[in-house]
Design a protein around this ligand. Structure first.
Ligand code: HSE
Length: 430
């Protein structure tokens, strides 16, 4: 029997407590699977008095997680502190410098410092594992790095933020607007007090940056992810999308094109016939398309104590079994900085909501501008008539280049009878 794997857990919030519960509660199963004991030898958190529902008796306690990272009784540091920089980054760098493997759930840190940390871990000969950082309990890092490793990946996309998916689902089901549903999500604990990371698409973009590196073997490049959140979506859009046969989802999409790799997070109209359209509430889903395997789909809980602990412990099991794969599927020296395709070059179809004064001629002006930018209309929808009043008019276009679309919408916004900036939502062919 191998020596026990000595685990230090830095951060004892709900996920940290969940990891300890899983390691204790399923210790026999894990020992059988790993051929050795997975022992929590140290933990770090500020408040020692708080009842976390776990038995921490006999486990070394550190107030400063940096000391835990340097402790001789720790082989692997589990970083569950969060935040892209500061203490979390110090802990991870100290652990690697002390030749300890790291397991982290920290998407922000990995999205910003991932390539450098992976290089440091490689040089130290230790593991850097982050299954829990992307889509919580869904084992998508493992799927891309191992299960699909024989494929060229053409596209990987998904619903990577449960908060946004919950809000969009609730708006559709209840007919209530974004602000009201967000407030409710905050009360229920599905959204943070500062919801910006979630609803503005940043959290999904962090996760997408990691998936892109895994799928396409490039350095992690968070800065080149195009990001648009869901704040501007109205129930009117959800209703019109339904009428047209679509649902609105915040998707994170990475795609290989002839000019490079697209990375984008934005609301999309997706056909109700697709699997992703049926992923509702707080659930996450990822679709990975490979050249040999075709389409593969993964769905599950993207957050929460137990699903995230499940992912963290999967990484610990790999390390306990002696596995140490390159963080992004290839050694960092082999990551290729293929070009990032700017969003202006994106080619796709668009849904546009205009708020216009219901007067003859307004649509003729709109159509002329679209014609001049070579944008071809697929449909125009106006429900009822309200002469002289403001009404929504919904346009959908054929496939066109985004730069032209944006230019047309800037001009349309300047028309006297268009009373609000047009809302544009991309229609995604899945
Ligand atoms: N806040 C995230 C979500 C979970 O709503 O999906 C953690 O990344």
């Amino acid at each position: 029997m191998l020596d026990p794997l000595k685990i230090g857990v830095a951060g004892l919030g709900s996920v940290g407590a969940g990891v300890v519960k899983l390691l204790h509660g399923q210790s026999e199963l894990l020992e059988r699977r790993c051929g050795r004991v997975l022992a929590v030898t140290a933990v770090s958190a500020r408040d020692r008095q708080r009842n976390r529902g776990v038995d921490l008796f006999g486990i070394r306690w550190f107030v400063d997680p940096r000391e835990l990272a340097a402790d001789d009784e720790v082989d692997v540091v589990v970083e569950l502190i969060g935040g892209s920089d500061g203490v979390a980054l110090d802990v991870v760098e100290s652990a690697i410098a002390a030749n300890k493997s790291v397991v982290t759930a920290n998407k922000a840190m990995m999205a910003i410092h991932g390539t450098r940390l992976a290089r440091q871990a490689e040089q130290a000969g230790v593991g850097l594992a982050y299954e829990a950082a992307v889509a919580g309990g869904i084992p998508i890092v493992k799927a891309l790095r191992e299960g699909l490793a024989g494929n060229r990946i053409n596209r990987v996309y998904g619903i990577l933020n449960g908060t946004c998916n919950y809000i969009l689902t609730a708006m559709e089901e209840t007919g209530r607007e974004f602000d009201e549903v967000l407030a409710e999500a905050q009360v229920l604990g599905y959204a943070e007090a500062d919801p910006g990371f979630d609803v503005d698409g940043i959290d999904a973009a962090h996760k997408l940056a990691l998936l892109t590196s895994l799928a396409f073997g490039r350095p992690v490049e968070f800065d080149s992810v195009f990001i648009e959140g869901i704040r501007d979506i109205g129930t009117v859009d959800i209703e019109y999308a339904r009428e047209l046969g679509f649902r609105i989802k915040l998707l994170a999409i990475a795609r290989a094109t002839e000019s490079g790799v697209e990375q984008r997070v934005h609301p999309c109209l997706v056909s109700r016939d697709t699997l992703i359209a049926h992923v509702q509430g707080v659930f996450n889903a990822v679709v990975a398309e490979g050249d040999f395997v075709g389409r593969t789909v993964y769905e599950g809980r993207g957050a929460g104590e137990k699903p995230t602990a499940s992912a963290v412990v999967a990484d610990l099991i790999d390390l306990a079994r002696g596995g140490n794969l390159p963080a992004f599927g290839v050694p960092t020296a082999s990551l290729e900085a293929t070009p990032a395709v700017p969003m202006e070059d994106h080619v796709g179809a668009y849904y546009v909501r205009l708020m216009v004064v219901d007067k003859p001629g307004v649509m003729a002006d709109v159509a002329a501008i679209l014609r001049d930018e070579n944008v071809s209309l697929e449909s125009v929808l106006q429900r009822g008539r309200d002469p002289g009043e403001v009404v929504p008019v919904i346009l959908t276009t054929h496939v066109t280049v985004e730069a032209g679309m944006r230019k047309a919408l800037r001009e349309i916004a300047g028309l006297e009878l268009v009373v609000e900036p047009p809302l544009m939502i991309r229609m995604e062919q899945l």
